[in-house]
Design a protein around this ligand. Sequence first.
Ligand SMILES: [Mg+2]
Length: 319
Amino acid sequence: MNNLSTINLAKGCLIGAAVGDALGMPTEYISKHQLQSFYKGRIESYQKANNNHPCAHLKPGQYTDDTQQLILLAESLVANNGFNLLDFSQRIGQWAYECQTIPGYDRFSGGTSISAGLAIYNGSNPLKTGINRATCGSAMRVAPLGIFYYDKPQKLDTVAADSSLITHNHPAAIDSAVFISKTIASLINGAGSKESIQEAKSTLTSNLVKILDYVFENKEKEPALIAKEVGASESTYETVPMALHCFLHSPLDFEQTVVNAANLVPGDTDSIACIAGALSGAYNGLSSIPTRFITALEDYLYLSELGEKLLHLGGTSKK
Ligand SMILES: [Mg+2]
């Protein structure tokens, strides 16, 4: 149990997610050799992606598709005073269309979210657009649900699952969205990390649980060593356990958590660092995030405002 205010934790969660995403942006799927030659072997501050990278058009401190989708979910929750599947799916559809048609708008988007989003944009029923692929796209954007429903965590079994299935309907992808959102809800409620994780795992049904247990039992080991066993790709069996591991390995140190995650090359570093940053921010609060990471982050004031709105609307909502 910590003594930080829920508003500090809610803002820390959203800004923490975007900080991790922006830090891991230039390292997403680069090789160890490239990490060495472009960044002297380790990235510890916002950097520009190399000229051949899909995020080469972004500046240091800009976030990627993870935070784009996270903001869409937050805006949908605020506009509807709760989760509305139709509204959120329309926003994902519009986002996917704009990624395909507006030059520079796409930020290395995941193929599953884009394919499903385009199907929604083109008029398909969002209950049928989900793809049976165990990737992490629905887990990386789910933090706003954990904030909005922080005092109604039982709701997350359904709303987090619904937020996933419009794009990702594989059982492990759905479990990932439920697990991350429920862990965040418990942390914002002031519960300890172990207690939050146990509670969030309790309703999961897929074999993701075994890997979550493995990283929990091995939290003392270095993240880079665990990544050699678990993997660090966009598979939700790898991204979500590695994000959890980075958080648990340095539970009181936001900076170490996101820096460790951003250096797990070759891998889906932005998504791992985004999820790890959301968890660490929800546990340690906005006050634990170094100022240099906050002031140079794209849209940090807007993210802070969204965190506050989600918390206040969610706290008073009957939904
Ligand atoms: Mg991304």
